[in-house]
Design a protein around this ligand. Sequence first.
Ligand code: AMP
Ligand code: GLY
Length: 421
Amino acid sequence: MKLLVVGGGGREHAIIKKLKENKEIEKIYALPGNGGIAADAECVGIGATDIENIVKFAVENSIDYAVVAPDDPLVLGCVDALEEKGVPCFGPRSNAAIIEGSKVFSKNLMKKYGIPTAAYEVFSDAEEALEYIKTAPIPTVIKADGLALGKGVIIATTREEAEEAVISIMKEKKFGKSGNSIVVEEFLEGPEVSVLSFTDGKVVKPMISSMDHKRAGDNDTGLNTGGMGTVAPNPYYTDAVAEECMEKIFLPTINAMNAEGRTFKGCLYFGLMITKDGPKVIEYNCRFGDPETQVVLPLLKSDLFTIMKATTDGTLAETEVAFDNKNAACVIMASEGYPVSYEKGYEITIPADIAPCVFVAGAVEKDGKLLTSGGRVLGVTAIADTLQEAIDSSYQMVEQIHFDNAFYRHDIGQRALKAKE
Ligand code: AMP
Ligand code: GLY
């Protein structure tokens, strides 16, 4: 079996390492991969959104199965294009990836099918949005409709901030076309839970829950990032909450997508907030989360490739999706200055015995050395019987990894530990 994985971050590294446990797989290509992924797959210099060349590569190299991991190629129709050439894929087609690609779509879907989410209004005219904001409850949440590299959500704590957000998104086009429409949403409160799930469009099998740490600084201070660390499972996701989510959110979402003629296959990510009125959807993603994947997949006991094929073939109901009854913690090491601006090109040293626990996100290989090349550089995941042990073990490994200007949060998992008390 020859596989192709589209993408080149820590998430893709975690996917590739897990796939390699299946002995049927002889070869994995990563498009484009990165300097760290190169230790586990053959990296090919084709960008993740270069769909034409991805398809050409798949055909020329007789690829048996493709995993499309990032949001942009999914929204752009990478799976559609590969399937058209007979390459089976893990991931939704473009008409289903819209669940992440358009927040207006996903909010309207939830409203139409009664799926719990924050109350909202949609605007495609900046003046109307500004008029609405004059009397909207504050804080308020403003979201660009389309993909915005995870930066299109602004929580405005004053009316002025809300106005500035509308102007920067809709008038100054900070996120380009993604800001042609916006959603203005009720501000919700409560702990957040990420639930990634496998679905073949018929059944949905949730993975172990996780908790992201989105802010750059300790104690949830500083700017929003792609995620600075994760733990799994998430203590706020109790059995009772899980049951409620399955009944009111997960199954209704799969059914709603089918009813709209947009069957979703692949990994559907539910970003949830556990409010005093029960769990509500904050966002859907059409893919594995990053860094959630870096704690979730290491705990997966069943074979990832078998599950992926089952989502494609529609046989997920008969396929086992089981997780170890353990805890995982992942600490992200980033370049100082992330998520704004940072220097690159520093040598990374990772002791060999730790390497299996490291997922590389932003690094290039040069003359046999690994050099930093991104904001988030790598994630270090530890698994243990208790959450405390997993956190301690992850930080012990972090301390043995070196590159200049490295920074990381020191409190990954602390909130989860408190919730357990
Ligand atoms: P996103 O970029 O969609 O992942 O959103 C970023 C973060 O904004 C989420 O993880 C939440 O912490 C926060 N957020 C999004 N929507 C809301 C909301 N309606 N109320 C409160 N916080 C929100
Ligand atoms: N960690 C959040 C995401 O992948 O969107």
